[in-house]
Write a protein that binds this ligand. Structure first.
Ligand SMILES: Nc1ncnc2c1ncn2[C@@H]1O[C@H](COP(=O)(O)OP(=O)(O)OP(=O)(O)O)[C@@H](O)[C@H]1O
Length: 337
């Protein structure tokens, strides 16, 4: 059953660049964020992802149209009411001085505390739960300025969680993180969306992770059009390939990966199956060879020979047979043919 939390109607976003001129970034956006869903906002550099997030967070007035949070016009909500319903996590490193991670997370309770910022036992329990939810209890006493990017990102997410919002917006939460940390943060956000029934929208350049984890993708094109659907819908419609098509790079609908256009240097046949063969095929493709999984005596044939000690590649062509013990040497040899 649909449970919309945040909706937009004919939203047009952009900037007033002078008293007469407006720079329109994206137009006519009518979408909704549902409870319990993780939505990834994708698009090329400069498409308008941050502008859209700021507009949805009520930080930037739209050029036209409206944003409603549980039915209320977001731009008319009192700041404290807005803060109880929506939290925004930005990527920029903010200087938080000597704050401990716990104190930073506790600031998320600000909309609920009294004038003095006194925390009740209930506030303390929520702060503890938020830190535990992101797996950061061991970081609670540490100074934020001493944390790594990934650790700090978890604390920023915990702060947003402590706000007990219904919607969480995150601008590139995985920027600057290594691959395992990016996967961890994305999985964490998906799990949080499920468990807390919050709607979570994040912008990212991690196309592969978004394809694997998002319930819905919002794809913002360079022309300012927002296309919405399950990740696979956007792949099948060609929207994904069209949006990210650029010189030298192409989205491969079969593998779901981006491939570099490499001029074809020749054809190679391979007969083995399995993991070593799969990585051999990748190496050959990277080097510009077209790989065919069958035997052909007239062309170059690669066979994998594995024993308990090592893996060998046997290359047979019309003139010679050579054996190598690394893919690096295989490619070097093929490049000379
Ligand atoms: N304050 C501003 N005034 C005028 N134009 C702006 C302003 N901030 C951003 N823009 C322009 O709006 C467009 C969208 O920028 P935005 O930062 O939202 O893109 P983005 O999709 O988040 O990009 P990236 O992936 O590179 O972070 C860009 O053309 C940018 O130059």
């Amino acid at each position: 059953m649909s449970n919309p939390i945040l909706t937009t109607q004919n939203l047009t976003i952009g900037y007033q660049t002078s008293s007469k001129n407006v720079r329109c970034v994206a137009r006519d956006i009518s979408v909704c964020l549902e409870a319990g869903e993780l939505v990834c906002l994708l698009g090329p550099n400069g498409a308008g992802k941050s502008t859209l997030l700021r507009s949805l967070a009520g930080m930037q007035s739209p050029i036209a149209g409206e944003v409603r949070l549980l039915g209320d016009d977001i731009y008319k909500l009192a700041p404290s009411d807005l803060a109880k319903r929506l939290s925004l996590v930005l990527t920029e490193r903010v200087d938080v001085g000597m704050l401990s991670a716990y104190t930073l997370v506790s600031l998320g309770r600000h909309p609920y505390t009294d004038w003095w910022g006194k925390l009740t036992p209930e506030d303390e329990a929520i702060i503890h739960w938020a830190i535990k939810s992101v797996g950061a209890l061991h970081l609670a006493a540490r100074q934020v300025r001493e944390l790594s990017d990934g650790e700090r990102q978890k604390i920023m997410i915990a702060r947003a969680l402590a706000q007990s919002p219904m919607v969480m917006l995150l601008d590139e939460p995985t920027a600057f993180l290594d691959l395992p940390r990016r996967v961890e943060i994305m999985q964490l956000l998906r799990q949080l969306a499920r468990e807390t029934q919050q709607a979570i929208l994040l912008s990212t350049h991690d196309l592969d992770l978004a394809l694997r984890l998002a319930d819905q993708v919002w794809l913002l094109t360079s022309e300012g059009i927002l296309q919405v659907g399950a990740p696979e819908d956007l792949v099948l419609s060609g929207a994904f390939a069209n949006t990210f098509r650029s010189e030298g790079v192409e989205f491969d609908i079969f593998s779901g990966e981006f491939n570099l256009h490499t001029p074809v240097r020749g054809e190679v046949h391979i007969v083995e199956d399995g993991i070593a063969s799969m990585w051999t095929i990748r190496a050959l493709k990277r080097a510009g060879f077209q790989v065919i999984k069958s035997k052909n005596d007239l062309s170059i044939l690669i066979e994998l020979i594995s024993n308990q000690k090592q893996l060998l590649w046997k290359i047979t062509n019309s003139r010679s047979v050579n054996i190598y013990n690394s893919l690096y040497d295989v490619i070097k040899y093929l490049n000379l043919l």
